[in-house]
Design a protein around this ligand. Structure first.
Ligand code: PMP
Length: 423
């Protein structure tokens, strides 16, 4: 994360994509000190830091463009509406959706999943229907379905994973059947880094007539996403995990599906006509965007997408994979450290436990060294239960991290072990 290019401390290894990490200079927060130390920010799966261009876009919106959208006759309102709708087009292009009206702005992944659960699931599911998730899902891709099951009489089923953290594809296939109406699956696991073969899962699910929602919260900043080649019916992600602001995200939905779905929140902007006898709804996506949205956040999300494209998602992916390999070797050389999640082709997440040190204690000690990681269940309590552990320590990578960050992490872990050994 240091601004100058790092040569890396593994002899003879030059990271081919080191130029990506030099973009750390674009992120003002990364030059601040924490507890008197250089900030080593490795909590990117929780939220990413923001480049200057995104911070500027949000501030500039309020300075120059602020007005409510969609219902104004004055110039500023139309200008603000244009900026908002241009961001919708940027999200469309990012996900390679066919049409921009397949993109619904939400508060984030959680709200996107809740939208589908409250609208599609509640109006389509009946007692005995099944929703299939996997053991590695985030709570926000479990609990909305539990609520939908309680409301409709549908049943939640769970496809298991192997010891390395890969989905058990045979078991997944075997659990699909005539009763399966929806599959809800993470593209990338936030706790393990496992990348699920989503296009394959969609093929199998569609073969039995089930819809598929992909939770892309941990995917969009790290890999190219193409909803048409994945073939999914819904795809959700959060702005704050793709170098954009908090409080904004998007749901992609196939247009015919969205258009057939009832609203789940009522209010301004989502109606065609309102009368006390009955009201009628706007077309998708407006039908699902009741009330004044996070306009500044949507505009700044557009700037984050521009930033991602400028750095290059393929370059980011290559950089993070090289750094993951480096980090895996560094952590594997630490005695008593156990990596949780070793699926082939996994994304830049290093989850681990250390003999004799609780993850929370480790996180606290690392913090005193300026190393920010996450410790706990990562909103995946059923997954932790599957591994028989209360939680893990998790370092998660972003484009601005480099070998010096991983070295700092490994050194801080060793110091924590010394501290515990000397008790
Ligand atoms: N799914 C996954 C895989 C996640 O990692 C997260 C965030 N940790 C979410 C869903 C929820 O995202 P948000 O809190 O931004 O709605």
């Amino acid at each position: 994360m240091s601004v100058a290019l790092q040569s890396g401390s593994v002899a003879g290894e030059a990271a081919p994509t080191a130029g990506v990490a030099s973009r750390a200079a674009d992120f003002p927060i990364l030059s601040r000190r924490v507890r008197g130390k250089r900030l080593v920010y490795l909590d990117n799966a929780a939220t990413t830091q923001k480049p200057e261009s995104v911070i500027d876009a949000e501030a500039r919106y309020y300075r120059e463009s602020n007005a409510n959208i969609h219902r104004g006759v004055h110039w500023l309102s139309q200008h603000s509406t244009d900026l908002y709708e241009e961001s919708r087009e940027r999200v469309r292009a990012l996900l390679n959706a066919q049409r921009s009206d397949e993109i619904v702005f939400t508060r984030g992944t959680t709200e996107a999943v809740n939208l589908v659960a409250n609208s599609w699931a509640r109006s389509n599911l009946k007692p005995g229907d099944e929703i299939l998730v996997t053991t590695m899902e985030h709570h926000s891709n479990i609990v909305p379905w539990q609520l939908a099951c309680a409301q409709t009489g549908a049943v939640l089923r769970v496809a298991p994973i192997g010891d390395g953290g890969a989905l058990d594809l045979d078991a997944f296939d075997a659990m699909l059947g005539a009763r399966t109406r929806l599959v809800a699956v993470a593209h990338v696991s936030n706790a393990l880094g496992t990348v699920n073969p989503v296009a394959r899962l969609v093929q199998r699910a569609h073969a039995v007539g089930a819809m598929v929602l992909v939770d892309g919260a941990q995917a969009v900043a790290h890999t190219a996403v193409d909803v048409q080649s994945i073939g999914c019916d819904f795809y959700a992600f959060s702005g704050h995990k793709v170098y954009g602001p908090t409080g904004v995200g998007a749901l992609y939905g196939r247009y015919d599906l969205l258009q057939a779905m009832p609203p789940w929140q009522g209010g301004g902007d989502m109606i065609r006509t309102v009368a006390f006898e009955a009201s009628t709804w706007a077309d998708a996506p407006q039908r699902f965007e009741a009330g004044t949205p996070n306009i500044a956040g949507v505009v700044a999300l557009g700037a984050a997408i521009d930033y991602l494209r400028e750095v290059g998602i393929e370059r980011i992916a290559a950089h993070e994979h090289a750094l993951l390999a480096y980090g895996t070797r560094a952590l594997e050389s630490i005695p008593g450290l156990r990596l949780i999640g070793t699926a082939p082709g996994k994304a830049g997440i290093l989850s681990f436990t250390i003999d004799g040190i609780h993850p929370h204690d480790l996180g606290t000690i690392l913090d005193t060294e300026g190393v920010a990681i996450r410790a706990g269940h990562h909103c995946t309590m059923p997954l932790m239960k599957r591994f028989g552990i209360p939680g893990t320590a998790r370092a998660s990578l972003a484009l601005y991290n480099d070998e010096s960050d991983v070295d700092a992490l490994a050194a801080a872990i060793r110091r924590a072990q010394d501290l515990f050994d000397g008790r």
